[in-house]
Design a protein around this ligand. Structure first.
Ligand SMILES: [Zn+2]
Length: 469
């Protein structure tokens, strides 16, 4: 593998050149004279920072979402955006593939029917799922392919006054699935490419998979280079003792405390002991006050292990915060949810919980290690949106949410610069001997942090190889 020489980059405020060899930074100096065979990149005096780490993401569902754009608020808010997103997906897909979109709501552009979809994409089958689930709208091409026409006699096929199908199919999910081609394999290469464009060089997949087979697409993509990022995987308690195939690394065991059906304390305690007995910490999904309280009770029983963490920490009131700090637990938060879901939270969350929603600063001040993540595809996969929101604490509607939890720009970015095995630990640095996992920006760091955005990412370097840009 050729060495990589980055010229004219700013590291910690100093204009330098950087050489990476064998995936490691071996020289930071100025000038570094390139040798024959080196790969050379001009950095344009942009800041060179460690590549971002997303400490909680779901790769396979994200890949599925790449093929199935989300067309509801807050991503898509009007008819023009709807048309733009569907056309963009249409252009990205191979000919003949179905275009599937999810999350539609009438607040975007009123009721959708086949004619309106035809006006956007006519020469490819399109189906759009309503946010509520159970309802699909198909364009005319799609109706033809599943065999729906004026003569179709089936409850759930909605008709207009003239007896023609409107394109809306209600409660026909299973019937529809039997008539659709098999869903194509998720394309993790598209995910790898997109994450590199955000400067992301490592991720933790927080999916509680119950079988090593479920990791096969990730292993294949990571082995073949389609997914260049470093990947740590979690998995459910039943895989606690299982080794994972290289090049994946094993992280904490994922425990899900489902907020709608809290498991018994004994069960959570047993999960924790299973993980700890296998020498692994746990990452516990806690999206409500009650779920966090239950998890903390289970930690009382099972004890803690270094690296144990709370995922989301969506509601952390002061009394529980003290316990989290006391036990030395890490919190992996998603600042982006304040942006994406904040308006909904403001309208629906228990007023007692509102001041404690997605806390950040209060946790840090309590000495709790805090790491950042997107939870994509359940949040937008661009971590720079999370960085901006950790600073601004504004919803997509512009309302402030927990301004007291806002952190300084450098601190917000640091949420994503920590090691994969220590999300709340010391941010990595660009220094000799460090892995050559880097993010080159197109301006100075202070300029970028004035308005954090992935549009400033010039390229990512992963294992000493340039990606994106
Ligand atoms: Zn998640």
């Amino acid at each position: 593998m050729a060495d990589l020489v980055l010229h004219d980059v700013v590291v910690d405020g100093r204009l330098v050149d950087v050489r990476a060899s064998g995936g490691v930074i071996v020289e930071i100096d100025r000038p570094i004279v390139a040798r024959p065979g080196d790969d050379e990149v001009g950095g344009g005096r942009g800041a060179l920072i460690p590549g971002l780490h997303d400490h909680h993401i779901h790769l396979v569902p994200l890949a599925a979402a790449e093929r199935s754009p989300f067309v509801g608020p807050p991503v898509v808010n009007d008819a023009a955006q709807l048309a733009a997103v569907l056309r963009q997906a249409h252009e990205a897909l191979p000919a003949r593939d179905w275009l599937r979109a999810i999350g539609y709501h009438e607040s975007v552009a009123g009721p959708l029917d086949r004619r309106r979809l035809d006006a956007i994409v006519a020469d490819r089958p399109v189906r759009v799922q309503h946010r509520a689930g159970g309802a699909w709208v198909l364009n005319t091409r799609a109706l033809e392919l599943v065999g729906v026409d004026a003569s179709t006699d089936r409850a759930g096929v909605e008709r207009d006054d003239a007896g023609q199908p409107t394109g809306r199919l209600l409660g026909l999910d299973r019937w529809l699935r039997e008539r659709l081609p098999p869903h194509p394999e998720p394309d993790l290469a598209a995910v790898g490419h997109r994450l590199a464009q955000y400067g992301v060089t490592g991720v933790t997949d927080a999916t509680p998979v119950g079988s090593l087979d479920d990791l096969a697409p990730i292993v294949a993509a990571a082995t073949g280079g389609a997914l260049p990022q470093h990947v740590v995987v979690t998995g459910a308690p039943r895989l606690a003792a299982a080794e994972v195939p290289a090049p994946l690394a094993r992280g904490p065991v994922k425990l899900v405390i489902e907020e709608y059906a809290l498991p018994p304390l004994d069960t959570v305690t047993r999960w924790m002991r299973t993980a700890h007995d296998a020498g692994r910490p746990v990452a516990v999904h806690c999206m409500t006050r009650a779920a966090l309280a239950l998890a903390l009770d289970a930690w009382d029983e099972a004890g803690t292990l270094a690296g144990d963490r709370v995922e989301h920490g969506s509601v952390v009131p002061p009394d529980l915060r003290a316990v989290v700090a006391d036990k030395g637990l890490t919190v992996v938060t998603q600042p982006g949810f304040v942006l994406e879901r904040g308006d909904r939270y403001l309208a629906s969350v228990d007023p007692e919980d509102l001041p404690h929603l997605y806390p950040c600063k209060s946790l840090i001040e309590a000495g709790i290690p805090v790491g950042g993540s997107t939870d994509a595809p359940y949040g937008h996969p661009d971590p720079w949106r999370d960085v901006a929101t950790a600073i601004e604490r504004r919803t997509s509607g512009g309302a402030p949410l927990g301004l007291r939890e806002a952190v300084a720009p450098e601190r917000a970015l640091a949420l994503f610069l920590t090691p994969l095995d220590a999300p709340g630990g010391t941010p990595r640095r660009v220094e000799v001997g460090a892995p050559a996992d880097l993010c080159l920006l197109d301006a100075s760091l202070s300029q970028v942090l004035e308005d954090p955005s992935s549009s400033h990412v010039a390229l990512a370097v992963i294992d000493g190889v340039v990606h994106g840009g």
